[in-house]
Design a protein around this ligand. Structure first.
Ligand code: TRP
Length: 356
């Protein structure tokens, strides 16, 4: 059996992936797939929390995300691309974990609160909406993940997951809640490792509106499939309030954040910043042209790769089937361990998983 540390992360299929996903998470996954046992979860059931009237959209976004993964360089041999709705252990653990969490604790999750606000849900959300946060703890713990590469906004979910793991290990494995995450007793006696949130250097990429986090639904995203012309146009919207080429610029504004992230040459970044701060004859427009060039250079190889996977849904579904079969091996093992620990291990069951 593999002794490599386990990585689990996921994406909800409510649209194509964009530059924020790449910078915030997928880029990190490319490194991790070389060294860790990686599972990348297509959280398609979670998409029903807000898009339940659009099952065809969820289905096609699920396939599009896989195309984006492949375009960005995820290798399905190295990382198992897995489909949440075909991993029954996740649903079963969700039910158990829902008992371990006080209702009010779930509702205090700031990411949930923010989503209720931003999406204008008011009191009109389904029971399934807060349940998805419990489900996300099961996504992670079903794989007995050690680390979860995510953007900043997901950290509250990982905190909730850590609490579930500790509570389960305490109640059913007799492990003191206060011992360190990496105490060997955790692996020896516990069912669940306590997972860490692995937030990348850029935990949150600002969108092209210069204000909000990049998000397709806010219309401020640069998509992986955007042409150079589109990239240029979108960067044009990045408003800094600067009026002229000689006005001293703010080195921490959103435009400079983009320079930091996307201009590959560190000396050039320094030079641009210096000129910008002084207002040394440098317009926002000049910088945007250079940025558009750098971003397109990053995107073009992805776009070339993506073309190979367009159209052929069967090839994409084959990849998902294979990854899901590997996920089911792992998660069924976890489920059996968890059931054993909490007195539900009456007899072995065998159900055929994997699909044909
Ligand atoms: N909620 C995450 C998002 O919308 C997606 C997700 C689902 C996830 N399950 C996960 C992320 C497990 C990390 C781990 O981006």
């Amino acid at each position: 059996m593999s002794t490599r540390k386990v990585i689990l992360t996921g994406d909800t299929p409510t649209g194509q992936l964009h530059l924020g996903h790449y910078i915030g998470s997928v880029k990190r996954r490319l490194e991790l797939q070389e060294t860790h046992e990686c599972f990348f979860l297509l959280a398609n059931l979670h998409a029903f929390t807000t898009n339940l009237d659009c099952p065809d959209g969820i289905r096609s976004d699920t396939l599009e995300i896989v195309r984006d993964y492949l375009a960005m360089g995820i290798d399905p041999e190295k990382a198992a691309i897995s489909l949440q709705s075909e991993i029954p252990a996740i649903a079963e653990l969700t039910f158990l974990f829902a008992m371990l969490l006080p209702y009010n604790r779930v509702m205090r999750n700031p990411t949930l609160k923010e989503e209720i606000k931003v999406k204008g849900l008011g009191d009109n959300y389904s029971f399934g909406f807060p349940l998805y946060a419990v489900g996300q703890t099961a996504d992670i713990l079903a794989f007995r993940a050690h680390s979860v590469p995510v953007g900043e906004d997901q950290v509250p979910h990982i905190e909730l997951t850590r609490e579930v793991a500790r509570r389960f290990n305490k109640l059913y494995c007799g492990i003191d809640e206060n011992i360190e995450d990496d105490d060997p007793i955790m692996e020896e006696k516990g069912v669940f490792p306590i997972p860490l949130a692995d937030v990348g250097k850029v935990g949150k990429l600002i969108g092209t509106d210069g204000v909000n986090k990049m998000s397709k639904s806010l219309n401020n995203a640069i998509l992986i499939t955007d042409s150079k012309k589109e990239v240029k146009k979108k960067l044009g919207q990045l408003y800094t309030g600067r009026q002229s080429m000689t006005e001293p610029g703010d080195p921490n504004n959103s435009l400079m954040q983009y320079v930091d992230i996307f201009i590959p040459d560190a000396d050039r970044v320094e030079e641009l910043k210096e000129k910008y701060v002084k207002g040394d004859n440098i317009g926002d427009g000049h910088i945007k042209v250079e940025l558009a060039e750098a971003i397109s250079t990053l995107l073009e190889p992805m776009q070339e790769r993506r073309v190979q996977f367009e159209g052929d849904d069967d090839a994409i579904i084959d990849i998902i089937r294979d990854g899901t079969a590997r996920a089911n091996l792992k998660t069924e093992e976890t489920l059996a361990m968890a059931k054993e620990a909490c007195g539900l291990g009456f007899f072995d069951r065998s159900i055929a998983l994997g699909g044909s």
